[in-house]
Design a protein. Structure first.
Lengths: 251, 322
């Protein structure tokens, strides 16, 4: 089976700062790969390249075996090719109703080319009930995102990705700003993503979340992938230590 | 449960405010407010404010503003007046070029804001003086009479009197602009982009919206609408004068905010602005026909603005279901 994503020799500099110095990474189809590393290791730059917000200086990428043409690759194109990103925050428009957030950039149109609001609201209700299991809490497609809890927001962003059947879902610190219960909800959504066959790149600082949810761990250091480990190869304690000490500083 | 009122409370409020004001005026001067004449007069003057208000609404939702529209309006109308009355162009061609010049002035605002990076409030103060200064120089400070335009089909098309009741054609144009912009904002991806950019520019980028292109286009649209409003005013009065449009600045912003559009961006409705423009537009005539001196006008404008924006602020703090 083709890997969902392959990246080879990805580099990216911002002025004098070399954020990525040649990243090689495969995301296998249907796996949850955790991307770990300290601040400044290059995680978020790598995520932004995959989701179409940044273009690398050099390197190649394939999605489901298809090579990516960087000149044409942006967020809209990434979403077309099945890459959906859930950010720590800002994945949703706070003051906009739920239905607009679900369909932004990909509206259902009627014969006149106008947004089919009624159908979008019906689909939003279905998505809330089926995918996420929001029920009976007074949620309405016209409700504003601002009225949702942190976990519900991440749930909505994940549900949106599932609704459009994204093959690759990038989760950029989806639990960082959340309390325990809310984070637990989000983790259960991620488990569900795996069950349904989506491939996930899970970026996080929270070792116990990552260890529970991921199949493999990729440790980034100074703009490179330092190590890749399978879950069976390392315990939570060792993983935390490894991340803390860093590859090069160990004896 | 979110009911109708919760979803549309700003629209409900502004509608109630207009109804109440109208009722007060009608009680104060029944003769004036039950006859057709005053409404005919409203329909000839309000569309100009309305069209400006609608364009400004989109910009404010986008998180920007345009203080140059009175000058852009006058400059575009000057293009029309001088081409038609001085250079002898056919009115339709002069009008097309005037509208295009308005769009170009809007695009120039957009360029300063989006590409050069000047905050819109500052950039458009600059262009407001710039275009006004330029037309004062070009027209040598003199008005241009357009009495010959009366009776031409262009005049009838835009500001003619229609039907038995002689309703001003510009009212239909104002209504059409409202319908088109309402569909654009609520039912078209372009409007969706405006809402998301005004809500949070970063979010809009992450959703794949071409943020800069939408911002440029919205400034351009405002310039075009300012030109259109200026042309309607010029045609209605058969006259162009160099300080044209100066009285509209505060009325337009008042109408936008009375209509419930948020000063913080990301929220606002065409319906609210439509009602807001009418509300602001009937105050002066209402006061005068109630027998009060015209000095009351500003006071009542101020009162209406303070009351409505306070009500919206109260609503924003008390939001059980968002």
């Amino acid at each position: 089976m083709e890997p969902a994503v392959t990246m080879r020799g990805i580099t990216k500099s911002f002025g004098p700062i070399h954020a990525l110095r040649g990243v090689d990474l495969d995301l296998q189809a249907g796996e949850v790969l955790a991307l770990l590393g300290d601040n400044g290791a290059g995680k978020s730059t790598l995520v932004k390249i995959l989701s179409g917000l940044h273009v690398p200086d050099s390197g190649t990428m394939t999605l489901d075996g298809k090579p990516v043409d960087w000149r044409r690759y942006d967020v809209a194109r990434a979403r077309d090719m099945g890459v959906e990103t859930v950010y720590q925050e800002r994945s949703l428009g706070e003051k906009q109703p739920l239905w607009r957030n679900v369909f932004v950039g990909r509206h259902l149109r009627n014969r006149l080319g106008l947004i089919d609001v009624r159908r979008e609201k019906v689909e939003t209700m279905k998505l809330l009930a089926d995918v996420i299991g929001f029920r009976g809490v007074g949620l309405h497609p016209e409700a504003r995102v601002a009225s949702l809890s942190g976990g519900e927001r991440q749930g909505l962003a994940i549900a949106r990705a599932m609704y459009f059947d994204a093959a690759i879902i990038v989760l950029d610190e989806p639990t960082t700003a959340l309390g325990v219960t809310e984070a637990e909800k989000v983790l259960s959504f991620v488990e569900r993503l795996r069950t349904e066959g989506h491939s996930c790149l899970f970026v996080s600082h929270e070792m116990h979340h990552v260890h529970r949810i991921a199949d493999r761990f990729a440790l980034m250091e100074r703009g490179r992938i330092a190590t890749i480990l399978k879950k069976s190869e390392i315990s939570l304690k060792d993983l935390a230590e490894k991340l803390l000490l860093g590859e090069e500083d160990r004896p | 449960m979110i009911g109708f009122f919760n979803c549309y409370r700003r629209q409900v409020l502004v509608t109630l405010a207009l109804t109440a004001l109208w009722a007060v005026f009608t009680l104060a001067s029944p003769a004036a407010f039950t006859g057709i004449r005053i409404y005919r007069s409203f329909m000839s003057t309000i569309p100009v404010t309305l069209i400006l208000t609608l364009g400004m609404t989109l910009l404010v939702i986008l998180g920007e503003m345009d203080l140059s529209f009175p000058s852009v309006s006058a400059a575009a109308a000057f293009v029309f007046a001088s081409l038609y009355a001085k250079a002898g162009w056919p009115p339709a061609a002069a009008m097309a070029l005037a509208l295009a010049s308005g769009a170009a002035m809007g695009l120039f605002n957009g360029f300063l804001v989006v590409k050069v990076g000047v905050p819109s409030i500052i950039a458009t103060i600059g262009t407001q003086f710039f275009w006004r200064g330029l037309i004062l120089l070009a027209a040598d400070g003199l008005a241009i009479a357009l009495s010959a335009i009366r009776g031409h089909w262009i005049h009838s098309l835009f500001v003619g009197r229609l039907g038995l009741w002689e309703l001003p054609a510009q009212a239909l144009w104002g209504l059409s602009v409202a319908v088109v912009l309402g569909l654009l904002l609520n039912r078209h991806p372009f409007g969706d982009a405006i809402l998301f950019i005004g809500d949070n520019r970063k979010t809009a980028e992450m959703m794949g919206i071409s943020v800069d292109r939408v911002r440029l286009a919205t400034f351009t649209l405002m310039g075009f609408l300012a030109a259109f409003a200026g042309l309607l005013a010029t045609l209605e009065l058969n006259n162009w004068w160099p300080t044209q449009g100066e009285g509209y600045m505060l009325l337009v912003f008042a109408a936008v905010f009375v209509g419930g559009t948020s000063a913080y961006g990301g929220q606002g409705t065409i319906y609210g602005s439509f009602v807001g423009a009418i509300l602001i537009g009937i105050i002066e005539a209402g006061i005068v026909s109630a027998g009060l001196v015209g000095f009351w006008t500003r006071f009542i404008h101020g009162l209406v603005i303070i009351l409505s924006v306070s009500a919206y602020a109260g609503m924003a703090r008390w939001r059980p279901h968002g």
